[in-house]
Design a protein around this ligand. Structure first.
Ligand code: KG4
Ligand code: ZN
Length: 344
């Protein structure tokens, strides 16, 4: 089964081809990505209308690119998968519209995928794929969730953020420090030159006894420091970046360990854009090594949004019998769509 996957939920257009034969983990044949970061940079954040228009320009050339890379023809595609939500409505509609048009033209079924399920399953494409069951730490620009994952479509929420997501905390703090968009990678780079203990920043809900997160207060604390520093900010920026990163990472690591304790699992999967953060990887690896817990990440290139995870999630759902592809091409998108809604 050859699955073409299209991702267009936010500011990256991603297309990929995945081959799934038998019960094994599907194989990634090719993927291509166009990031809109440069285009949105001038505005300090994603402009939804510009995002939609750019997806329209990119998606078919990217599809041609992956087909050429994999040396496959469009008629060989068995299923066309697309991100149905959550995300920006207009951006999602581009991927859904193109996928359904391709499906209709080819006479092939289509399948709408949950973006977070894509992130969650993306480590299965790594050189060291996980096995079910596991705990998942999903940390992206819009979501911060800890989940118990017992199989494809078998997800139990253990905890989530009550306000900002971890990626949002990185991005908003970076913006306050004048680091531009997207702030996470920029803040993280600068943090490498700073002292993580230089500023005492809050670790929200660290001792709350549950597995929920809150990052809005941290952002306020960063704002207070920026104001206090005034002209001295420039000289202390790396220290403030390092201290902010340390606060976010400490909370993520401690709550992940608590989730492992609660579930009794010996395996954790980290997915979503913040999973690319070097300090998070180092600290989680060290803490898990002490406990004999296995940690799995997606390949670095597949941490942030991409088409491979969408093609993969579609293939795995089909393999597991969790969903059937449809030849009804009357698509809709779900800009707001809790992952728990997938659980049968
Ligand atoms: O998963 P993703 O690409 O998009 C969403 O589904 O939201 O995640 C994007 C988020 C952004 O907030 C970005 O700043 C953050 O991931 N991010 C990072 C790093 N790379 C990406 N945050 C911290 N350190 C990084 N190295
Ligand atoms: Zn994402």
């Amino acid at each position: 089964m050859l699955v073409l996957g299209i991702e267009s939920s936010c500011d990256e257009t991603g297309v990929a081809l995945v081959q799934a034969d038998g019960p094994g983990v599907p194989r990634l044949l090719a993927h291509a990505l166009h990031s809109q970061i440069e285009m949105h940079q001038a505005y300090g954040g994603v402009v939804p209308e510009l995002a939609s228009r750019d997806h329209i320009r990119r998606v078919l050339p990217l599809a041609q690119e992956v087909l050429a890379q994999a040396q496959r023809g469009l008629p060989e595609v068995d299923v066309v998968a697309y991100t149905r939500g959550p995300g920006l409505a207009g951006a999602l509609l581009v991927g859904a519209g193109v996928a359904c048009a391709l499906g209709a033209a080819l006479g092939r079924p289509v399948l709408g995928v949950h973006h977070l399920e894509g992130h969650l399953l993306s480590p299965f494409l790594s050189a060291d794929p996980p096995e079910f069951p596991f705990v998942a730490l999903l940390v992206s620009g819009g979501h911060t969730q800890l989940m118990q994952v017992d199989g494809v479509g078998r997800y139990t929420m253990l905890g989530e953020t009550i306000d900002d997501a971890a990626g949002e905390a990185f991005d908003k703090s970076a913006k306050l420090m004048g680091l531009g968009y997207p702030g996470g990678p920029a803040l993280s780079r600068l943090a490498q030159q700073g002292d993580p203990a230089a500023f005492r920043l809050p670790r929200p809900l660290l001792h709350s006894g549950d597995l929920d997160f809150s990052f809005a207060g941290l952002k306020t604390a960063v704002l207070t420091q920026v104001r206090k520093l005034g002209d001295a900010l420039e000289a202390r920026k790396a220290d403030l970046a390092a201290s902010t990163e340390a606060a976010i990472v400490e909370v993520l690591v401690r709550k992940s360990l608590a989730a492992l304790d609660r579930s009794g699992s010996q395996r954790i999967v980290v997915a979503g854009g913040v999973g690319a953060n070097r300090r998070l990887r180092e600290q989680l690896d060290a803490a898990c090594a002490r406990r004999g817990v296995r940690v799995h990440y997606p390949e670095l290139a597949l941490c942030t949004d991409n088409g491979a995870m969408i093609a993969l999630a579609a293939a795995m759902r089909l393999q597991a019998g969790a969903q059937e592809a449809t030849t009804s091409y009357a698509f809709d998108v779900k800009p707001r769509w809790p992952l728990q809604a997938l659980v049968a």
